[in-house]
Design a protein around this ligand. Sequence first.
Ligand code: NIG
Ligand code: FE
Length: 404
Amino acid sequence: MPVLTNIGVLYTCAGEGGQADVHPVKNAALVWQRDKIVWTGRETDLPDQYQQEETVDAQGGAVIPGLVECHTHLAFGGWRSDEFELRSLGRPYIEIARAGGGILSTVRDTREASEDELVEKAMGHLTQMRKLGITTVECKSGYGLNQEDEIKLLNVYRRLDVMQPLDIISTFLGAHMVPPEFKDDREAYISLLIREMIPYVADNQLARFCDIFIEETAFSIDEAYTILSNAIDYGLLLKLHVDQLSAGGGAELAAELGAVSADHLEYISDKGIRALANTGVVAVSLPLASFYLRQPALPARKLIESGVGVAVSTDFNPGSAPSYHLPFAMSLACTFQHMSPAEVLKGATFYAAKALRMEDDIGSVQPGKRADFAILDTPSVNHWMYHFRGNICRSVYKDGIQIV
Ligand code: NIG
Ligand code: FE
């Protein structure tokens, strides 16, 4: 039963309390057995029964739960740095999308890539992500947009889940956009989603969640209602990309359908905030997407004041958020979303776990939870978020085993 000692400060990030309650314990110790935490507290209070166990020295560092990355589009073919150049010079994201670039450009590259190529590329990202302290990663399909290529992406995630230590949680995003071959017959694509793709994904347990992009260039509220109701019938949990580029009533739909999370929300209306209030739907903020697309930040203060938990994630994808650097996203959330470092830490741990409906298992360092934690070279969460450096993570444990 290893004991982690000499922890400068342990942020347990237990769910109790509000967004800012990260429950710090100074001069702490942590005990785990196999893949589970068994004790946490002040080192001076370490029970006798653990005194003789093997120790690991945290060297005065801060310890946090393994970061939970709750929204990525991890596997994709190609990159879109040419669009980044255009956007840097002022061309709007939506205009590039309307001209056939954007998501559809990645769909072309992803269809061309083999499953093995996608596995290898995504594996490279996961290897870097774990070094940042991330221990769980949600991954969406959505760049295949036909049965064969959507399943290819979900198979990539299934393979990655067994090939490397991070937990991979898959989401079916066949409703990311209507693919070009159905542009004159959207009904036929929606019918394919409902009659074939969603049933196949659910029957073969290829994903836990079904997601959709609600936007003028993607799907309408009515179409989303039809598709998501079908996903519920097949036992999939819901996540929604909503109110990203305009206020479209997506948050209200997420509340109505009992979604696990509503993601983006840069343009959420006051009505949308009222709809989410006290429903338990997690608002997933994606500050890198706001940053790269020069969109307004999600109104975190209003959401938190209304009793909505706010998660923080990267949205890693080749277009709107081409970075998997979650600590960078967290730092942006402090500056642009007006969240305190503690609120952001709880957003990338407990609330991110809640956005995956896994908060009983991960996202906090408490007895009974999985032994997923990271040791950071910083005196406090405030200092970490304020003095931004490439990577301050010293080591990472996943299911009780050191992986970094
Ligand atoms: O979450 N909003 C929709 N989908 C992605 C963008 C994907 C892309 O640009 O390739 C997002 O921002
Ligand atoms: Fe996204």
